[in-house]
Design a protein around this ligand. Structure first.
Ligand code: F0G
Length: 456
């Protein structure tokens, strides 16, 4: 196979600052060993997240100039609405300021207190909004998803037996909806197959249960279906996306990921009554239903971003870059989640630091060490992110204890990926001397964002 390259070239650049080890020691101690509390100025290569960190195209920047900043009825809203209807296929659209704004609204509108919300692994903000609405989240992902070494091609799949057992045990009327995510973030960016969503649909139809999709990274999911699933090699990303969405009753999206913008989100459903309620709620929490907390220009940039995101050559280059980094690390026998997913490389902190017990935050430790070594910022996705069980008050102890190297879209070059791989290797080579962390400050909600740690 001949090499691929990005289907774009660079028009504008942003200088990066390289710091000394002493500067990084100071910055990290001030940040309580939490990479979320570092100043971006003190970071060299920022792989904290792929959220809102995308580079927009010249077309998107041009779209920014077309902002219609009317309070009501902005023309940018109607363009965004039409774009979502065209590519995702849902009937009714509600804009929100970002993904969790949409999660808040759908959770309030579609969950009655005490109802169960089965999902293919939890996501932090998603589960919190479900719990705040009185729902009880139940993980129904296949077992392989919890095993970083399983090579299952669709580790995001729902385990149909787990789902059906829950519905039978609790009764369909006690299931709010199935919360289905495309490329499951916490599992390592692992996709759901078309066969699986189709099967979930027919199971849910038998019991009268709705399915709502977290479409945040559905474009990346569509790429894996095209690549791996029989019958889809010659279908376009846009066709695959639309078919997948057609098996669900609605979706929400953090547009800060796949839609190639820096801010934005939306919620879309097919049911007119539910839409009516969502459109009413958005006015309370986000803004009028034709802007949902966004400027007109942001909605315009999002519409253009959606059109760019479904281009086959774009998504091939995007996932190709993530894979390139994964292959370098695999060649050096560094433990990562396999197969490499859509948006990030997940270092397996359990195997990286077998001598650090989970309650001493191995993945948080790894993120701290990587920053100290080279100014690269990553993120913990393990016990700190998992938080506490609201019933028992104890930590959740997730099977996966991971450190995420998240690749922003269209931002870094292949040489940056080489530097990242070498830094991970340096930290890996020094692993025997590394000690864990103790949490000294713990916020009540989504603690990983603001928690503080000390070295043990
Ligand atoms: N759903 C998924 C799958 C996400 O990854 C995120 C955000 C959200 C919903 C919430 O959207 O941030 O726009 O409010 N994930 C970011 C991350 C924060 O770094 O993975 P938001």
């Amino acid at each position: 196979r001949r090499s691929w390259a990005e289907p774009w070239k660079i028009k504008m650049v942003e200088p990066l600052r390289v710091t000394t080890r002493e500067e990084r020691e100071r910055a990290l101690a001030e940040a309580g060993y939490n990479t979320f509390l570092l100043r971006s100025e003190d970071v060299y290569i920022d792989l904290l997240t792929d959220s809102g960190t995308n580079a927009m195209s010249d077309r998107q920047w041009a779209a920014i100039m077309l902002g219609d900043e009317a309070y009501a009825g902005s023309r940018n809203f109607y363009r965004l609405e039409a774009t979502i209807q065209q590519y995702y296929g849902y009937r009714y659209v509600v804009p929100t300021h970002q993904g969790r704004g949409a999660e808040h609204l759908i959770s309030r509108a579609a969950i009655r207190p005490g109802q169960y919300v089965p999902g293919n692994m939890y996501f932090t903000t998603t589960r919190l909004h479900q719990e705040l609405a009185g729902g009880i989240f139940v993980d129904v992902i296949i077992d392989e998803a919890h095993d970083p070494q399983s090579l299952h091609p669709f580790k995001g799949n729902v385990d149909l037996d787990k789902l059906e057992a829950l519905i039978r045990r609790e009764g369909a009327q006690n299931i709010a909806y199935v919360s289905l995510a495309g490329t499951v973030n916490m599992a390592g960016g692992q996709p759901v197959s078309m066969a699986n969503v189709r099967a979930v649909r027919s199971l849910c139809d038998r019991y009268g249960v709705r399915i709502f999709l977290d479409a945040t990274r559905m474009i990346e999911n569509a790429f894996f279906i095209q690549e791996r699933e029989e019958g889809y090699a010659n279908r376009s990303i846009a066709e695959i996306l639309k078919e997948f969405c057609s098996y669900t009753d609605g979706a929400w999206m953090s547009a800060k990921k796949d839609a190639l913008v820096n801010i934005g989100g939306w919620l879309a459903v097919n049911d007119a009554e539910l839409f009516d309620e969502l459109r009413n709620l958005v006015v309370v929490y986000e803004g009028l239903h034709t802007y949902g907390g966004l400027a007109g220009r942001d909605m315009e940039a999002m519409a253009v971003g959606i059109e760019e995101s479904v281009q086959d050559d774009y998504i091939r280059a995007r996932i190709g870059q993530v894979r390139y980094l994964g292959e370098l690390l695999t060649d050096w026998d560094i433990p990562i989640v396999q197969p490499v997913g859509g948006h990030a490389i997940f270092l397996d902190a359990r195997r990286f630091y077998p001598h650090i017990p989970q309650r001493e935050f191995p993945a948080q430790t790894l993120a701290a060490e990587l920053y100290l070594d080279s100014g690269i910022r990553s993120m913990e996705r393990g016990i700190a992110s998992a938080g506490r069980d609201p019933k028992t008050g104890d930590h959740y102890y997730p099977k996966l204890e991971l450190t995420r190297l998240t690749i922003p879209r269209r931002v870094y070059t292949q040489a940056h990926m080489d530097v990242v791989a070498e830094a991970v290797k340096a930290v890996y080579d020094a692993r025997a001397q590394t000690r864990g962390l103790r949490m000294v400050y713990e916020p009540k909600y989504l603690r990983f964002f603001q928690a503080r740690f000390e070295r043990l």
